[in-house]
Design a protein. Structure first.
Length: 166
């Protein structure tokens, strides 16, 4: 019985020491000073407004997308069919959030390259692109790649352009 009481006392003491060390320590602790120094050396990420206009092209293979001034109705019709199949479970064409953000005015806020990179490369965009990161933080959901071809992605873009002009 005496050994059990001794073990309980030792475990209680160890638990108290572990708890106190997890809580921090003194202001003169080198451990805390090192942690402060490390975070000061790291570049701070600037806050990004995911609803503000941006000229970013995002992260991915689309670095230059030629978009004519007029809408290609045939391409937009193909894009509508793809959008309705692959995108409507998460997105509305209004400003209203469904699962992901509403897409009204998206082609006025983002470059064609950014939109196409987000459609085809959402995981990497969320990791590396500041706007995609901010959207993830706002909506708390990772956009899932829909396995669309480059042509289909361009057709979706054209449909979004038509939606924003209409």
């Amino acid at each position: 019985m005496r050994k059990i009481k001794m073990l309980i006392a030792v475990f209680s003491f160890c638990g108290a020491v572990a708890f106190l060390s997890a809580c921090g320590g003194s202001e003169n602790s080198t451990e805390n000073t090192d942690a402060t120094t490390q975070s000061a050396d790291e570049p701070a990420e600037e806050a990004v407004d995911p609803n503000a206009k941006s000229d970013s092209k995002g992260v991915g293979k689309f670095t230059s997308v030629d978009v004519p001034a007029t809408i290609d109705d045939a391409m937009a019709a193909k894009g509508q069919a793809i959008f309705e199949t692959k995108c409507t479970p998460c997105h509305k064409l209004t400003g209203e959030k469904l699962v992901g953000p509403g897409l009204k005015n998206i082609t006025n806020l983002r470059t064609p390259e950014w939109i196409m990179n987000m459609i085809t490369n959402p995981e990497e965009m969320t990791k590396k692109d500041p706007i995609a990161k901010a959207l993830f933080e706002e909506h708390l959901i990772q956009m899932v790649g829909q396995n669309v071809s480059d042509d289909e992605t361009r057709q979706i873009l054209e449909y979004l352009r038509k939606n924003d002009k209409g």
